[in-house]
Design a protein around this ligand. Structure first.
Ligand code: NAG
Ligand code: NAG
Ligand code: NAG
Ligand code: NAG
Ligand code: NAG
Length: 220
């Protein structure tokens, strides 16, 4: 049986997203690439404020849909300022395997706030159950993948990243367990069929102040 196309529910939103995309550059969080390899890179992101939507769902795709839907209402004006907020990319879904109901994964979907709202974001309406999230300066390992991010492929992509990291100088700074926490960053609307970009992100545990340089890896 054909799987339900969840994103059809978002059709009006997505058409709008595409229109917005044509009109002006879309903002993204800033980062510096501190190390690049063919199959992954290490980025240092500066501190930033995001709006986050925790979601109780068993599936990554549904969690992303429902979380994004709440965030989309927020940026469409469902906030105490009645402000419309520009779309940004990526939309990031963080996944903690085993931390959800019935040992499923726990999901949080996050939206990066435009630079001018970083310091004082409009307060979301209560019923959206959103919370601002201060993402401190942090270091992530990133693996890109194309096509659609789906329940069927994200764990495999996360495992490939963990395998690459286990052979790298970051082996001892990142979790290489098969069920570690990771995030999926999505940059495209579902109607972009080719040239799609997604990323799997794994945290690397060094403090932001050190950049992504730890004593062990400074020589690389
Ligand atoms: C990030 O850190 C800088 C310097 O510490 C600070 O001025 C700025 O307000 C911070 N930004 C956010 C969004 O927390
Ligand atoms: C939202 O409203 C509050 C209180 O009226 C105000 O202080 C704040 O600057 C507003 N924020 C934006 C982004 O307009
Ligand atoms: C990671 O730590 C283990 C034990 O502490 C050590 O044997 C190993 O060489 C380290 N690996 C790297 C890549 O630094
Ligand atoms: C990963 O899963 C295994 C088996 O399900 C479990 O024993 C282990 O505690 C999990 N590790 C983490 C970090 O959650
Ligand atoms: C990391 O260390 C190298 C050499 O020690 C230095 O050139 C670079 O600026 C550092 N990067 C960051 C992000 O701190």
């Amino acid at each position: 049986m054909e799987k339900p196309r969840w994103w059809l529910l978002l059709l009006p939103s997505i058409v709008l997203l595409n229109l917005v995309g044509l009109c002006k550059a879309i903002e993204s969080p800033q980062y510096a690439v501190v190390h690049a390899e063919p199959d992954f890179e290490v980025r240092l992101y500066v501190n930033s404020t995001w709006m986050s939507a925790p979601v109780n769902e068993l599936s990554f795709e549904k969690a992303t849909l429902f979380g994004f839907h709440r965030l989309f209402q927020y940026i469409q004006g469902a906030n105490l300022n009645y402000s419309r907020i520009a779309v940004t990319v990526p939309v990031v879904t963080s996944i903690v395997p085993g931390a959800g109901p019935f040992r499923s994964s726990a999901y949080v979907v996050r939206f990066y706030l435009p630079a001018k709202l970083q310091a004082d974001p409009p307060v979301p309406l209560d019923e959206l159950h959103l919370k601002p999230y201060a993402w401190n300066s942090h270091c992530v390992a990133v693996r890109k993948f194309s096509g659609y991010a789906k329940d069927e492929n994200i764990a495999e992509e996360a495992k490939r990243l963990a395998d690459s990291l286990s052979r790298s100088p970051w082996a001892n700074l990142s979790s290489t367990e098969s069920n570690y926490s990771y995030s999926i960053a999505q940059y495209d609307s579902p109607f972009q069929f080719i040239g799609r970009t997604n990323e799997v992100w794994a945290d690397i545990k060094v403090s932001g102040a050190d950049g992504c340089n730890s004593s062990g890896i400074a020589s690389y």
